[in-house]
Ligand binder design. Structure first.
Ligand SMILES: Nc1ncnc2c1ncn2[C@@H]1O[C@H](COP(=O)(O)OP(=O)(O)O)[C@@H](O)[C@H]1O
Ligand SMILES: [Mg+2]
Length: 271
């Protein structure tokens, strides 16, 4: 962990949460409380993928976004290999994990609307401020005891971020990518995150968490571009979320962005 972060947080306990291409996340406890520390570094090119220098910038970009939307104690800066941030730690399971019992074979456990509503409220908080998240997925909703938190704001759009930490949006996880985003990424290599695309991603997140099924059908091992093409063509799987969630999720997954409900309408339908 960079010395500036150690100096600022003086950890008494630290746990490595995740270390993958371009990103490392720590859970840290100390005199200043409980924080998530994120470190970014560039992804070098290999035979399988091109270099991805922007992963180095992601933590600082996220730090700037969190700062803008006034999200608790946040700091960010640079280290030898890229950028870092720390932010409040949010305790709790994510959306995918909390609905695990609903996905068990033969399960009669229905997904709790209150959980869905918590996710909606977390996304609504961002939308009402004029931001789009850009990377809505089940792992990014942390279901806390008091409220649900939407994390990983590295790709969010809606306000000023420092130019030196900014980078183009090149799509998100294909399972949650709206058709118009997939199309744009296929056409020009980038896209514009929107609130309508967030709604699609929330619909896909609720669907996969409740049923285990992706919204669109494509082979797991297909190359990314082939998966994107399937999403762009909108080959929806004939799978429905249980109960009244079903029709709502279907509407959220509409092909045309203007046919999707707003986050306010989704919240109203759920409550
Ligand atoms: N503020 C936070 N509170 C709790 N857990 C977090 C927090 N930030 C990140 N995490 C954990 O680390 C994982 C990766 O964080 P994320 O912000 O999604 O980073 P990445 O940019 O690498 O996807 C999350 O899925 C979550 O488990
Ligand atoms: Mg993430």
């Amino acid at each position: 962990m960079p010395i500036v972060v150690l100096d600022a947080l003086m950890p008494t306990e630290q746990r490595l949460i995740l270390s993958r291409r371009g990103s490392t996340v720590w859970e840290v406890a100390g005199p200043r409380g409980h924080h998530a520390v994120k470190l970014g570094y560039p992804i070098e090119a290999t035979g399988e993928w091109p270099a991805q220098p922007w992963t180095a910038l992601a933590p600082a970009r996220e730090g700037a976004v969190l700062h803008r939307i006034g999200s608790g104690e946040v700091a960010y800066g640079e280290w030898e290999r890229g950028t870092w941030n720390f932010q409040p730690w949010h305790e709790g399971p994510d959306l995918y994990r909390i609905w695990e019992p609903c996905r068990r074979r033969g399960s009669s456990i229905a997904p709790h609307y209150s959980v869905a509503l918590g996710c909606v409220e977390a996304l609504a908080e961002l939308h009402v401020r004029g931001w789009a998240h850009g990377d809505v997925q089940p792992a990014h909703f942390i279901i806390g005891p008091v409220r649900t938190h939407l994390i990983d704001l590295a790709l969010a759009r809606g306000g000023q971020v420092p130019e030196s930490y900014d980078f183009p949006f090149r799509g998100c996880l294909v399972h949650y990518e709206a058709p118009e985003i997939a199309r744009s990424v296929l056409d020009i290599g980038e896209a514009e995150p929107t609130q309508e695309a967030d709604i699609y991603a929330l619909g896909a997140s609720l669907l996969i968490s409740a049923t285990g099924w992706r919204a669109v059908e494509y082979p797991d091992d297909a190359p990314r571009a082939v998966q994107r093409k399937a999403v762009a063509n909108g080959r929806r799987r004939p799978v429905k979320a249980p109960g009244e969630l079903g029709d709502l999720v279907d509407a959220m997954l509409s092909q045309a962005p203007e046919d999707r409900p707003t986050i306010y309408e989704v919240g109203k339908a759920l409550s």
